[in-house]
Design a protein around this ligand. Structure first.
Ligand code: FES
Ligand code: FE2
Length: 349
């Protein structure tokens, strides 16, 4: 019998949602942003992962740091700005002025007794790593190593690329429906007339899925050079790409929340931020080579249109799956990546 889609509870149950947040977002490496957002010591941004507010910053030695946004005095959330730079390289609680160094060490604690030991109260920190410019955090107390070394994406030099456009979308759908939608293109001729003019939806070449990522490549149709409003390429190829890499887009979902789309002349990222069982914030960014300063509307407009088509159908999926009439339906062979993803979800891998 053909494998079937997941039972309804995976898309509608609060309990399943919370269990997935614990398993995927609290225990795995989650992509929260880019190195360039914390280029200098004291730069910071906030990320909300598994319901927790985190401060991501860079210390004076140049190392990335991530701390719970929770004061060790009386627990106050310290930082309300979404991003910025800490004055004097100090994280200062606005309540009673307990003050921390960028590495989390408590350096000032007014009014405490003389025998108070500041080193007993550093900020609660979490593991943070950078992979080709992408910043990942892991909230687990015993995080596994971040190992994406099997993804051979060195040629794109992702660490060099610079973000030029960010659009945030509020999608009324479970986060897994967005991952699933990303990982198949059988819907492309039906849903994406513009995209379907550029790539051959039957030409997808799926890599064997792992428990950490799912993806593959898709080649362009004749005469097409990149994903843009007209398929024309207005920028140089990213340096270092092979002939093959210039003729395709690489699409990988790095679980749980980074969708990485490598084009011949730019990189698109989506990060997924589940807010409720049926609600996901999706942040889409386009990143370009620093030498490219010309217009980027061709890529921005193309992907904004395609994104909106995908979010719309994901919302309609959420609505239909929530019906009393929904029962799991059969996958075709060409939906094998979705079945692989479902198995990861089901098995708690
Ligand atoms: S709660 Fe932060 S200084 Fe008192
Ligand atoms: Fe799509």
């Amino acid at each position: 019998m053909a494998p079937h889609t997941l039972p309804q509870r995976f898309y509608t149950s609060e309990d399943v949602f919370q269990a997935e947040i614990d398993r995927f977002f609290f225990s795995r490496w989650v992509c929260v942003g880019r190195d360039e957002q914390v280029a200098k010591a004291g730069d910071f941004f906030l990320a909300e992962v598994a319901g927790e507010s985190l401060i991501v910053t860079r210390d004076v030695a140049g190392a990335l740091r991530a701390h719970y946004n929770v004061c060790r005095h009386r627990g106050t959330r310290m930082c309300a700005e979404q991003s910025g730079a800490f004055k004097d390289g100090r994280i200062r609680c606005p309540y009673h002025a307990w003050t921390y160094a960028l590495d989390g060490a408590l350096v000032v604690a007014p009014h405490m007794e003389p025998d108070f030991v500041r080193s007993d109260y550093p900020l609660h920190s979490v593991a943070v790593e950078s992979w080709h410019g992408h910043v990942f955090v892991n909230l687990s107390k015993t995080p596994a190593l971040l190992d994406l070394s099997l993804l051979a994406f060195d040629a794109w030099n992702m660490g060099e690329l610079r973000m030029r456009k960010r659009i945030s979308y509020d999608v009324r759908a479970n986060w897994k429906l967005i991952v699933a939608n990303y990982n198949e293109c059988l819907h492309c001729p039906v849903l994406h007339p513009a995209l379907n003019r550029l790539t051959d939806y039957m030409g997808a070449d799926n890599a064997p899925p792992s428990t950490d990522w799912i993806g593959g490549t898709m080649g362009f149709k004749a005469g097409v050079e990149t994903m843009s409003t007209d398929g024309k390429r207005r920028r140089a190829y990213l340096p270092g790409l092979s002939q093959t890499q210039r003729q395709q887009v690489v699409y990988y979902a790095i679980l749980p929340n980074l969708l990485l789309s490598l084009h011949p002349d730019y990189m698109m990222t989506h990060t997924l931020w589940p807010r409720a069982v049926d609600h996901t914030e999706v942040v889409c960014e386009l990143h370009f080579h620093p030498d490219e300063t010309g217009p980027i509307d061709d890529a921005v407009e193309f992907w904004d249109l395609t994104n909106r088509e995908d979010w719309g159908i994901s919302e309609q999926s959420q609505q239909g799956i929530s019906s009393r009439a929904y029962t799991p339906g059969p996958y075709s062979k060409r939906e094998e990546l979705l079945h692989a993803f479902d198995k990861i979800v089901e098995s708690g891998a």
